[in-house]
Design a protein around this ligand. Structure first.
Ligand SMILES: Cc1cc2nc3c(=O)[nH]c(=O)nc-3n(C[C@H](O)[C@H](O)[C@H](O)COP(=O)(O)OP(=O)(O)OC[C@H]3O[C@@H](n4cnc5c(N)ncnc54)[C@H](O)[C@@H]3O)c2cc1C
Length: 497
């Protein structure tokens, strides 16, 4: 069975790992006994420390100081929906927080058990349950990792869901849904919310509900979407039904060079508005184009890849070409696409720089086309105003009819005060993005790190979200203290920052 991948090593042995957030009490023997009766339950030091963190880059610095964000009291590994409902019942009885963990590849601390309690690790629930080949619908368990899922789907059924996030190898289907993720081929296949047909969810009161099931229903508000992006705060996703496409038989690639990022943005916009939605349409600013594609530091690269029916793919690539040339683009080296395909999921640079003490992180936002230029310029500048800032760059990674995702990468100098500089860089970049009209996140989600921006981003709609939480989870059991929701567990005050 595939297991989660550790983000970085701890600097100390398992029994010496301490906690960054206030340490909690251990579970009583009676509670442990109740949990153990339901499913395998661990209180082993290494397991508690690993389940106390995810791939949040700041937590990597803490690991190198011998700290995990917050250890749970126990890690439970159920393998049925019934066991999950029983675990939720125990948490209800003993007022214990319950945080779901999948691959723990989240980058905002969303799987961190901020107030201790139980971590419910769904990675024992793996595999495809059934496939409706006529409709192209696949039923899959939430702890299934990307490669296991797509390998089985493609080899046995000649189908693909088309969701390939950069974290494909280290993340699970349940995590994709819970974080409202986006794959690198999303301009063709859509974001995860476009792929979900329905869900099975265990609610905080232990009830099991099934949502969705048919395309484009008009049976009241879409209840499936309540749980997509809820980051484990509204329910535990125990089964997912996803739309699948026939595996593509034809693929084509192209690349273009632009004298400015804005020209490239206009080319992407024109392509999509003219009906071309190639799987990959990635535009890199002059900094990233120099770093990754060997350009001279003044030009920008657009990488294009599409797959599917040959006639459609060729027409799509034609429209992109016309849009690129019409916006001062020149044909670039097609080998750049091949190079990107080979290196696109490599994260070794992040760990290497973190071990040297540098701050490195990414911030992805989405916005309408009309605001992208000011966000591109404003956010890159804002990052560089923060103390210790070293670099800030950007690429456009996912395009829509009305706008796109801008993905910023920023780095800070080595410093004794990593946390302070890290917070300052995030405040500078994220606040500028919100001010200029961007959403807080396009696909990484909110977790702990971005919780402080939710109120200013959602405004009065934040009350609606809080109301939903209060109704569905009145005791605040499920992943408390996340996505900007208040938690009575800390007198409604945020724990961080
Ligand atoms: C190097 C790197 C690259 C990345 N690239 C991308 C990318 O291209 N696109 C993208 O979308 N994301 C990306 N991410 C972010 C992350 O991988 C995604 O958010 C992913 O979907 C998380 O899945 P997971 O299984 O690891 O979930 P976890 O990290 O374990 O959990 C994330 C959140 O979902 C909740 N959750 C998990 N499973 C369930 C469940 N069954 N029921 C209810 N709640 C649940 C958890 O409680 C937590 O709040 C990247 C991360 C890294 C480290």
């Amino acid at each position: 069975m595939t297991q989660p991948t550790e983000p970085i090593e701890f600097a100390v042995a398992a029994d010496e790992i301490t906690e960054r957030f206030p340490a909690g009490s251990t579970l009583s023997p009676a509670v442990r006994d109740a949990l153990e009766k339901i499913c395998p339950t661990s209180i082993e030091n290494q397991s508690l420390a690993e389940h106390g963190r995810d791939w949040w880059p700041l937590a990597m610095h803490w690991a190198l100081q011998g700290k995990t964000p917050r250890k749970p009291g126990a890690v439970c590994t159920p393998n049925t929906t019934e066991q999950i409902a029983a675990l939720v019942a125990v948490c209800n009885t003993h007022d214990l927080p319950l945080t779901v963990a999948g691959g723990r590849s989240g980058v905002c601390g969303s799987a961190v058990p901020l107030y201790g309690g139980v971590v419910l690790d769904v990675t024992a629930m793996q595999g495809i349950v059934s496939v409706d080949q006529v409709s192209g619908i696949v039923e899959v368990l939430p702890g299934t990792f990307g490669p296991d899922f797509e390998n089985e789907l493609q080899s046995k059924y000649a189908l693909t869901v088309g969701h390939f996030p950069q974290s494909f190898d280290i993340s699970t289907v349940g995590g994709w849904v819970a974080c409202r993720g986006a794959g690198q081929y999303s301009t063709r296949y859509g974001k995860i919310e476009d792929m979900v047909v329905g869900l099975e969810v265990v609610l905080a009161n232990g009830e099991v509900v099934r949502t969705g099931g048919a395309p484009a229903s008009a049976i009241g508000p879409d209840l499936t979407s309540l749980f997509i992006g809820s980051e484990g705060t509204l329910g535990v996703i125990t089964k997912v039904w996803l739309r699948a496409h026939p595996v593509a038989q034809f693929q084509a690639r192209a690349s273009y060079i632009f004298p400015s990022f804005v020209d490239g943005v206009n080319a992407c916009r024109d392509s999509v508005r003219n009906g071309a939605t190639p799987a990959v349409l990635r535009l890199y600013d002059e900094i990233e184009s120099k770093r990754s594609h060997g350009l001279d530091g003044t030009q920008c690269t657009l990488l294009v890849l599409d797959e599917g029916d040959e006639r459609l793919v060729k027409a799509t690539l034609d429209i992109v070409r016309e849009s690129a040339i019409g916006n001062r683009g020149k044909v670039g080296d097609i080998e750049l696409v091949e190079k990107w395909l080979h290196h696109r999921n490599d994260t070794s640079g992040l760990q290497a720089l973190t071990r040297k003490g540098y701050i490195v992180d990414t911030m992805e936002v989405s916005a309408p086309w009309s605001k992208l230029e000011s966000i591109f310029n404003g956010v890159r500048t804002a990052f560089m105003t923060a103390p210790g800032a070293r670099s800030a760059s950007c690429h456009l990674s996912h395009s829509y009819l009305d706008g796109a995702c801008l993905y910023f990468t920023f780095a800070g100098d080595k410093t004794e005060t990593v946390e302070e500089h890290y917070i300052a860089m995030w405040n500078a970049g994220q606040r500028e993005a919100i001010k200029l009209g961007a959403s807080v996140s396009h696909h990484h989600g909110i977790g702990i790190n971005r919780a402080r921006f939710m109120q200013e981003s959602l405004g009065s709609a934040m009350q609606l979200l809080q109301g939903l939480k209060n109704t569905l989870d009145p005791k605040d059991l499920l992943n408390p203290g996340k996505i900007g929701l208040t938690s009575q567990r800390n007198n409604s005050k945020p724990v961080w920052p």
